[in-house]
Design a binder for this molecule. Sequence first.
Ligand SMILES: [Zn+2]
Length: 195
Amino acid sequence: MKKNIHEIINVANNIYDKGLVSGKAGNISARFKGENGDIIGITPTLKSLANLDEEHIVLVDIDGNVLTKGKPSSEVNMHLEIYKKRPDVNGIVHTHSPYATGFAFSNKRIRRLEGFGEIKNPYLPDIEYEKPGTDELAVKASEGLKSGDVLVLKNHGVICISENLKEAESLAVFVEESAKTQFITYMLNSVEDSI
Ligand SMILES: [Zn+2]
């Protein structure tokens, strides 16, 4: 259990350092086996992901009962709904990373570039805006992730899921890089060649 909690802290630090989350935004979780069923370790509400300690990670069961002290992220239901629909998923990273979120606020979609998994759909799927922290968002997001591993939340951010938290982190980094590359391409294509 300690190892799992340390991995959550480590990934939270990494994505903060890489600029994928800032302020108190973003939340991540991992699922692991407890004595009486699955346990989900999730980052707390209203706390930066930059400086988390062991005591800050909140443990909940699959029904959302809080097993430790502290208050889980306001998006805990979204994480739980995804885990319920995807038994193969054990790590979730939700960010408002700037390039990907810029696309989420625009009418442009993010292409899935070569370099991370199979390309079934050339564009990352998205869902329409629902207020953060609501059951509506939890339901729509989990529906949107019934298959696939990335979902863009319009006017909000991105969710990446994988069989473990480290992979979900790598995917979140890749999605942000993809959005950045496309942004640069759009910019370069929009200026006249001055040579
Ligand atoms: Zn969010």
